[in-house]
Design a protein. Structure first.
Length: 395
């Protein structure tokens, strides 16, 4: 099928909640703002609740609704499966889709375990041999200010990196009465703040530095051990043994860790859902021999740059408003100074995935990048679990 003379790519999305909405608007907007080699067609949205999925289908223009994801994997009019479900189904759906010859976009974190991630990488590498592509959805790489930051680091602007400092601060469960949800159930989510938002800063810092995290020393904390179960909640798994009223939280509320990077930098990471007042504050700072960069997602069109080679008298952090046409992705949107938002990085993700597919090459981040993140998450949990480096301070 072709639209405006271009081949189309049938999209089948599994899941329809927050990420389902973010991805739906991306598939719809990408061809309107970017000159794409392939035009995405919103062929089907998948969800066990037909009414709920149908409502989202109507809002975003999905052509059909499937209540079994296997139908989406089987349909001949679907060329790409977009996995927007909780982590406990990523591996099963992505591997089935790849084996059926469908390209895959899988939300982060790639999986709930290293073993699952390894199986997904194996399936992706096998599928790539016949031109089937797979990407994991670490969208913050595609925030223009962070793409610019990567470009600057790659050009040597900050020199040899000594420090990486990354936080991802939220507070949506800081109230102990906030009800239980799948994100607090290890069997569904794999982990808590660590995998949900810690995964973002692990991927992002490896992307920005071009280096790998080689070791960690960690601690995790669950401040609120059990939570009220909302009446409608049906997704409770065994590990969240509920007495009908309250469920045991089986994941971390916060994960903090030290790390070393392959290039020699030392790092601090903090991922928490308990930072009262911080709504979605992903912050990263890189300090090098020649300068520093600093970013805060709550001010996402700005990148701060410090040039250490400037004379001290007039040196200082420069505030770059990343809205110039020469900045990554920006030319497709608005004139300088007209800002963009959280959802635009999902559109950039769709653009880069469709372009990679058309050019018959692997998109980034690959499933192998996702496995690298999964291995860091597992190391953090292992370190936190055995308290290996924790030294009590004598009273
Ligand atoms: C919740 O913490 C969440 O929606 C994450 O799951 C997303 O990945 C992040 O982009 C925003 O916060």
């Amino acid at each position: 099928m072709t639209v405006d003379g271009k081949p189309t790519l049938g999209i089948g999305m599994v899941g329809y909640a927050f990420m389902g909405a973010a991805h739906s608007q991306a598939w719809r907007n990408a061809p309107s703002f970017f000159d794409l080699p392939l035009t995405p067609r919103l062929a089907a949205i998948g969800g066990r609740n037909a009414d709920a999925a149908g409502e989202v289908a109507g809002r975003f223009g999905w052509h059909s609704v499937e209540t079994d994801w296997r139908r989406i994997v089987e349909r001949d009019d679907i060329d790409l499966v977009d996995v927007c479900t909780p982590g406990d189904t990523h591996a099963e759906i992505a591997i089935a889709a790849l084996q059926a010859g469908k390209h895959v976009l899988c939300e982060k974190p790639l999986a709930n375990s290293v073993a699952e991630a390894e199986a997904m990488v194996e399936a992706a590498e096998e599928a790539a041999r016949s031109g089937v592509r797979a990407m994991v959805g670490f969208t913050y790489r595609r925030v223009p200010a962070l793409s610019l930051a990567r470009r600057l680091v790659e050009q040597g602007t900050v020199g040899q990196i000594r420090h990486v400092r990354a936080q991802y601060l939220q507070d949506w469960i800081s109230d102990a009465d906030t009800p239980f949800s799948w994100r607090l159930d290890r069997e569904r989510a794999g982990s808590g703040a660590l995998g949900d938002i810690g995964a973002h800063i692990v991927d992002l810092t490896q992307f920005l530095t071009g280096e790998r995290i080689t070791g960690v020393s960690a601690l995790t904390e669950t401040f609120v051990k059990e939570r009220p179960v909302p009446e409608e909640f049906s997704g409770l798994s065994g590990t969240a043994a509920a007495d009908g009223q309250r469920a045991t939280v089986t994941v971390d509320d916060a994960a903090l860790f030290l790390a070393r990077f392959s290039g020699g930098a030392v790092a601090t990471f903090e991922a928490t859902r308990m930072a009262s007042g911080r709504k979605n504050a992903l912050r990263v700072e890189i300090n090098g021999t020649d300068g520093s960069i600093a970013f805060d997602l709550e001010n996402m069109n700005v990148l701060h740059l410090y040039d250490h080679t400037e004379a001290a008298e007039h040196a200082g952090f420069k505030r770059i408003l990343v809205t110039e046409p020469g900045h990554p992705y920006v030319a497709a949107w608005w004139p300088p100074g007209h800002l963009i938002g959280y959802e635009h990085s999902f559109t950039h993700q769709a653009v880069d995935l469709l372009t990679a597919i058309a050019e018959d090459r692997d998109p980034a981040p690959t499933f192998a990048d996702g496995l690298r993140v999964q291995r860091v998450l597992a190391a953090v949990e292992a370190s936190a679990g055995n308290g290996s480096t924790w030294t009590e301070v004598p009273r």
